[in-house]
Design a protein around this ligand. Structure first.
Ligand code: HEC
Ligand code: HEC
Length: 249
């Protein structure tokens, strides 16, 4: 009995330690100055860093006509890694030739500050308007229903995106970015870059070559289909946060 009580006591002390330490860790983890981050995002810094919002949008939702990604709602650790990779030329911005210079001109702390501000942008979900893109005639649009099947179950020779990026590309946290609701043009550009697969092509910065392997297994049609589904994939399902109903894909 005495043994049992002390075990319960130990658990209580352990639990209290957890309760006390978790919020502190969370704060240290972000450790960005949101006020400075907002300044960089909205005004830039000197001549070398234009305001992030001039390309990524005031709400951080990205723009198809520029090929910029949505930054809002993206995983903090993932975004910070991308800025660091741009700064070290491990990832190359071949779309506007802008991000490498911008990331280099910011200190590590400033990169953290600006991503901390991005974390606070809460514009509701907004994917690309595929009808408008199709009408403009700039890009081909794929088959959403087939894309949904690949995302969830994979296809011959293709691993399902869900196994790493979570259900409907909602992200599995940390190193695995959110893909659902990402900009269509940007998604296609990234898949092409992973498929070509050298640093000069833009992206060879995936841990253990995970994405290069996936992209190499995909045809152009697979990419169009998957991106057409993902850009419109909701980040939640009304009434059920885990499983979207069948038939809405
Ligand atoms: C001149 C336009 C421009 C400006 C200004 C700009 N960006 Fe970008 N950014 C881009 C483009 C284009 C890409 C996509 C590059 C590619 O295709 O790989 C990008 C990509 C990114 C990514 C990678 C996102 C992902 O999902 O992998 C991050 C993070 C990012 N930008 C943050 C910022 C921040 C923070 C600022 C301001 C300090 C900023 N950008 C300013 C054009 C810009
Ligand atoms: C084995 C795990 C794995 C699988 C399976 C996988 N991915 Fe990824 N993916 C990753 C990782 C890890 C990253 C981030 C790489 C980095 O750090 O730059 C990534 C990044 C991406 C990006 C870049 C996102 C951005 O914001 O720049 C796209 C697009 C992407 N994946 C699409 C897909 C699609 C589509 C599928 C399914 C056909 C898929 N992935 C399957 C691991 C995976």
């Amino acid at each position: 009995m005495r043994y049992l009580m002390s075990a319960v006591g130990a658990v209580a002390v352990f639990t209290m330690t957890l309760i006390v330490s978790v919020p502190v860790q969370a704060e240290n983890f972000l450790a960005g100055d949101i006020v400075n981050g907002r300044k960089i995002f909205t005004q830039g810094k000197g001549d070398a860093v234009p305001a992030c919002q001039s390309c990524h949008g005031v709400d951080g939702m990205g723009q198809d006509d520029m090929g910029t990604p949505r930054l809002a709602h993206q995983v903090f650790t993932y975004e910070l890694k991308q800025l660091t990779d741009f700064a070290n030329d491990k990832r190359i911005d071949n779309t506007l030739d802008a991000m490498n210079g911008i990331a280099k001109a910011l200190t590590a702390q400033e990169r953290r500050d600006v991503i901390t501000y991005v974390e606070s942008l809460k514009t509701p979900f907004l994917g690309s308007d595929l009808r408008a893109l199709k009408a403009a005639g700039d890009v081909k649009i794929g088959d959403r229903a087939r894309g949904a099947m690949i995302v969830e179950y994979g296809a011959e020779g293709i691993i399902s995106c869900k196994s790493c990026h979570g259900f409907h590309g909602r992200s599995a946290g940390r190193m695995f970015p959110m893909l659902g609701g990402q900009r269509y043009v940007y998604l296609l550009n990234q898949l092409h870059a992973w498929k070509n697969g050298t640093v000069a092509d833009g992206r060879a910065n995936d841990p253990r070559g995970m994405m290069r392997k996936v992209a190499k297994s995909m045809s152009e049609k697979d990419m169009l289909d998957v991106a057409s589904f993902l850009t419109g994939a909701l980040p939640y399902t009304i009434g059920n946060p885990m499983a979207p109903p069948r038939g809405t894909d």
